[in-house]
Design a protein around this ligand. Structure first.
Ligand SMILES: [Zn+2]
Length: 312
């Protein structure tokens, strides 16, 4: 009987690792730097070495380890093959096969945002849910969909790319992906800042935002002060995101929608702007959904990666 599982979350600058028991109790967590040189060829050997060191340190019998789950930024299909991860320097290869050869134990891999959704469902803001939408509002907009308890990976690992859903025909600036009018351009931290700067230019209303730095944080701080212009920005943000979530819900019929990422630190006030649009426009069969904030923060990835292995 397995007792332990490792969860690994590979980021552009550091790799987070967690040792869990199979019930999902985090026993230890640590980080190593992500060495992206040489087309990222050192990343998996570094991870293997770090895990081997931990096994020795904790004197764990390898027979008691269920395996290692890995989340990484990029499209990763259900066979554990990554299809180009630009941030890591990776081209197309099997993370699963490579790491299994290095460690001689079962490995599963998935896209980091999808894996984080699994983590939030298992031990975070989506506990008890089986059909969940996770949307992470950070520098970009990430997302993960869980359908029937399983991550929706898609054919090439690009399932759940909520940030690049087209929501605006009249956008003139390009998104990082090259398209115009993606959700990310309005609902990410960068997007909210952009909306605020546009609004400040168009309007001659007084606003706290005219006095200092404009960021997603200062916008929602100003909303809490009942700043009218900031509330208009929040309304626009809520309209784009609430409506997009209503569209996704039309496909997924979720029981939970979890909002995470840096912007979610603004708290429950976000829901005041997202929910009205969601509830107004969603099909009635999906109206009764539980909205919550993500609770695992930066640990969602290691939790979800560990769960990926336990779900085999
Ligand atoms: Zn895009």
């Amino acid at each position: 009987m397995s007792q332990y599982v490792f969860g690994v979350d590979i980021g552009g600058t550091s790799v987070k690792l967690g040792l869990f028991d199979v019930k999902g109790i985090l026993l230890d967590k640590w980080e190593i730097p992500t060495r992206t040189q040489d087309s990222g060829s050192l990343i998996l050997p570094d991870i293997a070495e770090s895990i081997r060191n931990k096994i020795t340190e904790k004197q764990i019998d390898t027979e008691l380890i269920a395996g290692v789950g890995v989340g990484a930024p990029g499209p990763i299909d259900s066979a554990g093959v990554v299809h180009k991860a630009v941030n890591l320097g990776w081209d197309t290869f099997s993370i699963k096969v490579t790491l299994e050869e290095l460690l001689q134990m079962p490995v599963m891999a998935g896209n980091d945002a999808n894996v984080a959704a699994l983590g939030e469902m298992w031990k975070g803001g989506g506990q008890g849910s089986n059909d969940l939408i996770l949307v992470t509002l950070g520098t970009g907009v990430g997302g993960g969909l869980i359908v029937g308890g399983k991550v929706l990976t898609g054919s090439a690992g690009a399932g759940g790319e909520i940030g690049h859903i087209h929501v605006e025909d009249n956008e003139t600036e390009s998104c990082n992906c090259g398209n115009k009018g993606c959700l990310e351009q309005y609902a990410s931290a960068t997007g909210i800042t952009r909306l605020a700067n546009r609004k400040l230019k168009e309007s001659d209303k007084d606003s706290i935002l005219r006095d200092g730095e404009v960021s997603a944080k200062t916008v929602f701080d100003a909303v809490k002060e009942k700043d009218e212009l900031a509330m208009e920005v929040a309304e626009e943000f809520g309209k784009y995101l609430g409506n997009a979530l209503a569209v996704i819900a039309g496909v997924v019929n979720p029981d939970a929608i979890v909002i995470g990422g840096g912007v979610s630190k603004a708290g429950e006030v976000l829901m005041d702007y997202i929910k009205p649009y969601y509830e107004k426009n969603v099909f009635h069969g999906s109206r009764d959904v539980k909205f919550s904030l993500a609770t695992l923060g930066n640990d969602a990835g290691i939790y979800g990666a560990a769960k990926l292995v336990l779900d085999i």
